[in-house]
Ligand binder design. Structure first.
Ligand SMILES: *Cc1c(COP(=O)(O)O)cnc(C)c1O
Length: 369
């Protein structure tokens, strides 16, 4: 048996008719970028998450970058985030000219340790970017307290957390801005690149809408500086179809996670945490074990693909050496990076495949690890 981390073809097969129809509709319309399809999807998506406004953009990275730009973040500023994240979070900050400043993560959730944020705040701090990594929300209440106390806006990186909830509220609706990615692997993914920004603030919404297209309010007369980061009609039409399936797909992810959790609870493998304030949507199912590389090799021999999200914390990656972080400076981040491994999880993963993976793990643990 071969089991992939994600099998997109199964998903497409499930929704082929509706997707094909919407693609045909776009092709026949003769309008391919920023049109009615994008508008309709923006409305559906903001309705789903909660805030009034949504702006479709080119990618999740751009969603974060534009969020920071519309808040006026730039050269000389600092933005607080985590190093245990996709490189994208940090690159989106640094391309604005601002300096990423890292706090460590909590050992149990592997998410931003919000208790460390206040100590990093100074006159240059212009934004805080918590990352709802793996589909589990960051502990937002203490973070919002700090945000209010110092009047520093929070931009939520929700790229892995479509539909995830914190105390019954969808992530992306808690900070001043929520940034999402529609990269194909995400819980809500396009068949290409895409992203979106949601906010309740009309002024920020207007700036975002201009900045995603050269800074235009009306065409050919830029009111401010901007970039080209438009969402195309085809992706918007596809996403509009897929959004209807998101809750069901997230429920299926939760079921698969439950099967894994049950099976692994008495083993040496540490299973993911779901805090009492959280609704986890398991973008990834990330466990920890002593010899991650051995487990990965063993599962690979059994035809099971696994990945590591992420093997090198961003502060130790080559491009970010200029920030001046040393090995050992973010101890929990660095420890987790050595122990984590992501097992296959996606809505179309079958029970018998989950069983096969579980059997392989128990065999691996008994015999080789
Ligand atoms: C995927 C991802 C991004 C970036 O999204 P792209 O659409 O690939 O640009 C940002 N942050 C996190 C946590 C991600 O997982």
């Amino acid at each position: 048996m071969t089991i992939l981390m994600v099998d997109f073809k199964r998903e497409y097969t499930e929704i082929r008719n509706e997707v094909d129809l919407s693609i045909q509709r776009v092709l026949n319309s003769g309008w391919y970028v920023l049109g009615n399809e994008v508008k309709a999807f923006e409305k559906d998506f903001s309705g789903y998450i909660g805030p009034k406004y949504a702006v479709g953009v080119n990618s999740g990275t751009d969603a974060i970058m534009l969020s920071l730009m519309c808040l006026g973040v730039g050269h000389g500023d600092e933005v607080i985030t985590v190093s245990h994240t996709a490189t994208a979070t940090v690159s989106a900050i640094s391309v604005t000219g601002a300096k990423p400043v890292f706090v460590d993560i909590e050992e149990d959730t592997m998410l931003m340790d919000t208790g460390q944020v206040e100590a990093k705040i100074n006159d240059k701090t212009k934004a805080i970017v918590p990352v709802h990594l793996y589909g589990h929300p960051v502990d937002m209440s203490p973070l919002m307290d700090v945000s209010e106390k110092y009047e520093i806006p929070v931009v939520e990186d929700c790229a892995q957390a479509h539909g995830s909830e914190y105390k019954g509220r969808k992530v992306g609706s808690i900070g001043v801005i929520g940034a999402f990615s529609f990269y194909p692997t995400k819980n809500l993914g396009a068949y290409g690149d895409g992203g979106i920004v949601v906010t309740d603030d009309k002024n920020l919404y207007e700036r975002l809408a201009m900045q995603r297209q050269y800074g235009w309010r009306e065409r050919d007369n830029a009111e401010m500086q901007g970039v080209n980061s438009r969402l195309d009609e085809m992706q918007a039409a596809i996403l509009k179809v897929k959004l209807k399936f998101l809750d069901g797909w997230n429920e299926r992810r939760r079921k698969v996670a439950k099967l894994y959790n049950e099976f692994l609870k008495d083993s040496e493998i540490v299973t993911p945490m779901e805090k009492e304030y959280a609704k986890h949507v398991y973008h990834l199912y990330v466990v920890r074990c002593k010899d991650r590389n051995k487990l990965q090799q063993y599962l690979s021999k059994k035809g099971i693909q696994t990945m590591v999200h992420y093997p090198i914390p961003v502060h130790l990656q080559k491009a970010y050496q200029t920030l001046g972080y040393k090995k050992g400076e973010l101890p929990i981040t660095e420890k987790c990076a050595k122990e984590i491994i992501s097992l296959p999880i996606f809505p179309q993963l079958k029970n018998k495949e989950v069983e096969y993976i579980m059997k392989a793990i128990s065999g691996g643990y008994a015999n080789e690890i």
